[in-house]
Design a protein around this ligand. Structure first.
Ligand code: PGA
Ligand code: MG
Length: 227
C-alpha cells in the first residue's frame, strides 16, 4: 500500500470548468485527500485562501504566481508591486487599458504584481514591462506584470520546506505558462488537455481530458493506488 502524495494544484483551467467556474467535484476530492494540498495560482492571495476556507482544508497557498506564499501558518511576500504599479501607470499613460471595468477585484488585494486583462495591447504591455525590468506572463486568464524570478515553483520549494516534505514528493497539475516552474520542482507533473503549449511541453504527461475532468482522472488514479 502506498500513501497519497501531496498535491500542488493550479486553480484556473485546472479546478474549473471551461466557463471558469469551480467544478463542484473539487469539494469531495480535496476534502478526502489525506496528504497536503497546495493551491498555486496567479490569483491574488484572498482567492485561494477563501477557497481553502470554504473547502475546509488547511490554507497552504502560493498566490500571485509565487508572490505570496502561505504554509504552516507563516506568510511571505516576494515581488515588487510598486515597480509593477509604475509600469502599469506608464502603460495607461501611453494609451494602454488594464481592462477591468468598475471595481477592480483582480488587483484590489494584489500585493506583489499587477494583472492585466487579456484584451489589453500585449505588444505595448511587453514593451513597457521590459523598460521596468519586469516580465509579462500569459496564464490564459490574464497578463501578469511581475518581477522576474518570482515563480510558483520557487514558492513550492518554500512550501515543501515549511511542511518538511521533499519537493519531489509533490504531484503537480496545471494548465499554463505559469505552471511550468511548478512542474520543474514537483516530482511528477500533469498538464490538462486544455493546457497551453508551454505547460504541455513542460509536463511529464499531457492528460486526455480537459479542465477538472483531467484533474479528477489523476486524483482518482492516485487515490485508488493509495488504497
Ligand atoms: O489568475 C490567473 O491569471 C490564472 O490563475 P491560475 O494560476 O490559478 O490559473
Ligand atoms: Mg491555470
Amino acid at each position: 500500500m502506498t500513501s497519497e502524495p501531496p498535491l500542488v494544484l493550479d486553480i484556473d483551467g485546472t479546478l474549473t470548468d471551461a466557463a471558469g467556474r469551480l467544478d463542484p467535484r473539487v469539494f469531495a476530492h480535496l476534502q478526502a485527500w489525506t496528504a497536503p494540498v497546495v493551491l498555486a495560482t496567479g490569483k491574488a492571495f484572498p482567492y485561494p485562501v477563501s477557497l481553502c476556507h470554504y473547502l475546509g482544508i488547511e490554507p497552504t497557498v502560493i498566490a500571485e504566481n509565487g508572490g505570496v506564499v502561505l504554509a504552516a501558518g507563516a506568510v511571505s511576500y516576494q515581488g515588487d508591486r510598486e515597480r509593477a504599479q509604475a509600469a502599469a501607470d506608464a502603460f495607461v499613460e501611453r494609451g494602454g487599458d488594464l481592462g477591468w471595468d468598475g471595481f477592480d477585484a483582480v488587483n484590489e488585494w494584489r500585493r506583489t504584481e499587477i494583472a492585466v486583462n487579456l484584451d489589453a495591447d500585449e505588444e505595448l504591455l511587453r514593451e513597457v514591462a521590459a523598460e521596468y525590468d519586469l516580465e509579462v506572463v500569459d496564464t490564459g486568464y490574464a497578463y501578469h506584470l511581475k518581477t522576474p524570478g518570482v515563480e510558483k515553483g520557487v514558492g513550492l520549494e518554500a512550501v515543501a520546506e515549511a511542511l518538511d516534505r521533499d519537493p519531489d514528493s509533490f504531484v503537480a497539475i496545471g494548465d499554463s505558462e505559469n505552471d511550468v516552474s511548478t512542474f520543474g520542482v514537483a516530482g511528477r507533473s500533469y498538464a490538462v488537455a486544455n493546457a497551453d503549449a508551454a505547460a504541455r511541453e513542460a509536463a511529464d504527461l499531457v492528460l486526455d481530458e480537459s479542465y477538472f475532468d483531467g484533474t479528477a482522472s489523476v486524483l482518482e488514479e492516485l487515490g485508488s493506488r493509495a488504497e
